[in-house]
Design a protein around this ligand. Structure first.
Ligand code: ADP
Length: 664
């Protein structure tokens, strides 16, 4: 077996691969960019090499730097994870030349599947069903339009080099064809340097069902059943499951056989996924599934297959790369129960899934009730440089209902403060009736989007707890201090205090009166309520409100509070804290981001004369807006950011110059 391998990736997948390597007694080498110097994957490895600055083109995509790290460390093989260099045949060849094993397929297999049109042609030859359409060489717009007419609208134009949903256009009306074509070509050219397209029949009720395949270097190939990835948004997977709901055994066998045929057609070795699209307008039918593409790597959602089969796919990859035969034959493979995976992202679902960044001030993942694959720890930062994934939450149960129940419970137990997440959206999906009944298709999320991203209003208990916390009245009990029972109670004056809170853009001044013995009257919208703090355990506050006892987690995060209760997360701003910090945002000649966030409004351009305290930038973080003001009178010099840009903590946004300098 290999003695040492290098993982040419970051985040959760790098950690995931290293866990299996450790299990097999293999030493691990990490690579990292400057932004990742303190990342979890670096800490997880036996040794690590810096390979460049934060942007991926200067670090994780640098083939020579990675090979140099292999040389220096003596790593015998490289696991590429997914993304980055995982499907780059030039990387495979460069490793080969350097005498290092690539844990994945041959450069030839990757090339055969790299372009959607060539892959489809190859599959057609091998007798694998493909989506009806045109995938030939002729790229003349008028010819392509004729083809679209023959296929029959709606059609889907796809950049042949596409991936990640880029370069795809649905066309319903022949009139729109040429515009859509140039759009897809432009996107293909811009993203992949290849503007050539193919055209497919657009299926109106499709399911995305993919088959995990595995080959070895001895000519064997098997499949490890299917995954259903139909819950998608903008062609990106959101929740995946295995097996596929409603899949008849016979159809599973036909699809599995087709996938193995596809793998064998390209002498495939290693882990791969054959993605099929099934037309379910009349239910799942064995004569209505079509090859879409093959991913020649480990897939993000591979854990659901691991959960139902009990196999470790990374172990299989490493063994096969070392030259061993497949650990199991087709007949020896079986699955049981049901598995789901949800992708927890730093993104703002109600705001069109805007990627969010921030520092994970508080992170509590449901590790006790689920498998959690994560590349971050509390205190880590989600930066704009990489995919904003926080974790994959994976569950297994004896039945689909049981597994889905577990997924919802795990999501409800997920607590993240310091950056917005899609946890609420994922939980809403778990409660969706159609999804719960197994009636899935790729249009489900879009159809019910409004309802799925709806946020519950902040309940009064959360407001009350936030007010008490803001006033410092919820500190943990320190035992038998006799003065403690007087917390917040001032004998020499009226025991009234006010907490200034910002809730969904509204500022509220909440009056709190201390009664002693950790009892408080809080003035809420519905009237006065009496709260008793029963117990404080770290961040968990147990309280009693007029005979109703409950608990919530309240954490202080950056410029506000996060309250977690009943599976929901509420962000509550503390404008007082922000106000007092305004000075810190400008150091004389600069306006600096005091926290990671989104530049929402930029109200100055280079050359503008501004006066001290004039609002210049509105930064949005944790759903709250923070106004950054001019630190002094002056003229705006350089503007380093644009509206809509994500910035990290400490980024210089604007520079101020003296009036005389500006005139010069
Ligand atoms: P990419 O490589 O960019 O991810 P794919 O070809 O894998 O693109 O397609 C991504 C998703 O787009 C599929 O999972 C499916 O939801 C949708 N899709 C692809 N082809 C079709 C089609 N012919 N009809 C309807 N939807 C499609």
């Amino acid at each position: 077996m290999f003695k040492k391998i290098l993982v040419a990736n970051r985040g959760e997948i790098a950690c995931r691969v290293m866990a299996t390597a450790k299990k097999l007694g293999i030493r691990t080498v990490a690579v990292f960019s400057d932004a990742d110097a303190n990342a979890k994957h670096v800490a997880a490895a036996d040794e690590a090499f810096r390979i460049g600055p934060a942007p991926v083109a200067e670090s994780y995509l640098k083939i020579d730097k990675i090979i140099e790290a292999c040389r220096q460390s003596g790593a015998q093989a490289v696991h590429p994870g997914y993304g980055f260099l995982s499907e780059n045949p030039d990387f495979v060849e460069a490793l080969e030349k350097a005498g290092i094993t690539f844990i994945g397929p041959s450069a030839k297999s990757i090339r055969a599947m790299g372009l959607k049109d060539a892959a489809k042609a190859l599959m057609e030859q091998a007798g694998v069903p493909v989506v009806p359409g045109y995938h030939g060489d002729n790229q003349d717009p008028a010819f392509l339009k004729d083809q679209a007419g023959e296929i029959g609208y709606p059609v889907l134009i796809k950049a042949r080099a596409g991936g990640g949903g880029k370069g795809m256009r649905r066309v319903d009306d022949p009139q729109d064809f040429l515009d859509a074509l140039s759009g897809a070509q432009r996107e293909g050219e811009a993203s992949f340097g290849d503007g050539r397209v193919l055209i497919e029949k657009y299926l109106t009720k499709p399911r995305h069902i993919e088959i995990q395949v595995f080959g070895d270097s001895h000519g064997n190939a098997v499949h490890l059943f299917e995954r259903d990835c139909s819950l998608q948004r903008r062609h990106q997977k959101v929740i995946e499951e295995a097996p596929a709901p409603g899949m008849p055994d016979e159809m599973r066998k036909i699809m599995g056989d087709a996938a193995v045929k596809a793998a064998k057609a390209i002498d495939y070795s290693g882990a791969g996924t054959i993605e099929f699209i099934a037309d379910v307008s009349e239910g799942l039918r064995a004569d209505r599934f079509y090859f879409m593409e093959m991913n020649t790597r480990l897939q993000v959602e591979h854990p659901v297959t691991e959960m139902i089969t009990g196999e470790d796919l990374v172990e299989w990859q490493i063994r096969v790369a070392f030259g061993e035969t497949l650990p199991k034959s087709q007949d020896a493979l079986a699955f049981s129960g049901w598995a789901f995976e949800a992708r927890l992202y730093a993104e703002d679902a109600p705001k069109g899934f805007l990627p969010a960044i921030g520092t994970l001030d508080h992170l509590s993942l449901p590790e006790k009730s689920a498998r959690v694959d994560s590349g971050v720890r509390a205190g880590d930062e989600i930066t704009p440089f990489y995919d904003p994934m926080i974790a994959k939450i994976i569950v297994h149960g004896p039945t689909r209902d049981a597994a889905l129940g577990k997924l919802l419970a795990a999501l409800e137990a997920t607590e993240v403060a310091g950056c917005v997440t899609n946890a609420g959206f994922l939980a809403a999906l778990c409660r969706h009736k159609g999804f719960a009944s197994g009636d899935v298709d790729t249009g489900l999320i879009d159809r019910d989007l409004e309802e799925l991203v709806e946020e519950p209003s902040v309940p009064e208990d959360a407001v009350a707890l936030a007010a008490l916390a803001a006033l410092g009245l919820t500190r943990p009990s320190s035992g038998n201090d006799p003065f403690e029972t007087l917390a917040g109670w001032r004998i020499w004056s009226a025991s009234r205090q006010f907490a200034l809170l910002e809730i969904v853009g509204d500022r509220l001044d909440i009056e709190v009166r201390a009664l002693g013995n950790r009892r408080f009257v809080v003035h809420l919208a519905s009237g006065e309520r009496t709260y008793t703090i029963v117990k404080v355990d770290d961040d968990t506050i147990t309280y009693d409100c007029e005979g109703h006892r409950a608990s919530a987690v309240v954490v202080n995060s950056g410029y506000g509070l996060a309250v977690f209760q009943n599976g929901h997360a509420f962000s509550i701003g503390l404008p007082d804290m922000l106000g007092s910090d305004d000075d810190a945002t400008g150091a004389g000649d600069q306006v600096i981001a005091p926290m990671p966030g989104l530049v929402k409004v930029l109200s100055a351009v280079s050359g503008d004369t501004v006066s001290k305290d004039q609002p210049l930038v509105i930064l949005e973080a944790m759903k709250m807006e923070h106004t950054l003001k001019a630190p002094r009178d002056g003229v705006i010099g350089d503007v380093f950011v644009a509206e809509g840009e994500q910035v990290t903590d400490g980024t210089v946004l604007l520079a101020l110059v003296e009036e005389a300098d500006a005139a010069a």
